[in-house]
Design a protein around this ligand. Structure first.
Ligand code: C5P
Length: 234
């Protein structure tokens, strides 16, 4: 079975309030994305890792990636084809690869606490699945629907609700077609890969993830990610 990872890393990270995109912010002495790539390259069942960066990216070239990632750097492919949205970056990355029905695991550059073991376990669970699936965790908090005045309109039952994470694992050609069918018109609804497949009536599997697989979005997430990475390495 052959599988590759595709890592959208073309965001500007506007919510981080930093001029440097969040994938390049310092995390334990390295750019954040180096932790993400090391975990993916360490997964025995992934043959290749493809990173999608922005055509305007000024940061990638300033690092010594073979030093940061070691020999596994040879299995990394960097494509400067990022788009205006996460979904467009993924679509452009897939469209730049040779057509294939191999599995592709799309994983946010901004989730550095994923582990190689979690990636391999996900592939083992889904490799014979007809559709594919995503890592996710059941919602733990009580959910409120807000009015325009930011008061509570109602409480929505959380039973049966899951929070989507990445990796999201689908057949390469099927995901490309689903994204092409959805974009650009439905870009606001396509906040992950599964939502593109759902539009076509598919029902991807939910694979239990870990709350540690957080997405670095706000400055405080960077502190938490550093603590979690240190704890993972104990
Ligand atoms: O902004 P958000 O946290 O949703 O980004 C998730 C991932 O998608 C990040 O790794 C980011 O770099 C990537 N992204 C992208 N192209 C964009 C926007 C986000 O590759 N236009």
């Amino acid at each position: 079975m052959s599988a590759l990872a595709l890592v959208p890393a073309a965001g500007s990270g506007s919510r981080m309030a930093s001029a440097t995109p969040k994938q390049y912010l310092d995390l334990l002495g390295q750019p954040l994305i180096a932790h993400t790539l090391r975990a993916l390259l360490g997964a025995a069942r992934l043959a290749q890792v493809v990173v999608v960066i922005s055509p305007e990216d000024e940061w990638w070239e300033s690092y010594d990636w073979s030093d940061l990632l070691g020999d596994s750097f040879a299995r990394l492919l960097v494509l400067r084809v990022g788009g205006d949205s996460r979904a467009q970056s993924v679509l452009n990355g897939l469209a730049a690869l040779p057509q294939s029905d191999a599995w592709v695991l799309v994983h946010d550059a901004a989730r550095p606490c994923i582990t190689s073991l979690q990636v391999d376990a996900m592939i083992i669970q889904l490799e014979y699945d007809p559709v594919g699936g995503i890592l996710a965790v059941p919602v733990a908090d009580t959910l409120k629907v807000a009015t325009n005045e930011q008061s509570i309109a109602r409480t929505t039952p959380r039973a049966g609700l899951w929070q989507a994470q990445t990796p999201q694992m689908f057949r390469q050609q099927e995901l490309l077609s689903a994204l092409q069918a959805a974009l650009p018109e439905h870009v606001a609804d396509i906040t992950d890969e599964a939502s593109a497949l759902e539009r076509l009536g598919k029902s991807p599997k939910l694979i239990m993830g870990s709350p540690w697989n957080l997405k670095v979005t706000y400055p405080q997430d960077l502190i938490l990610a550093g603590l979690l990475l240190k704890a993972e390495s104990l």
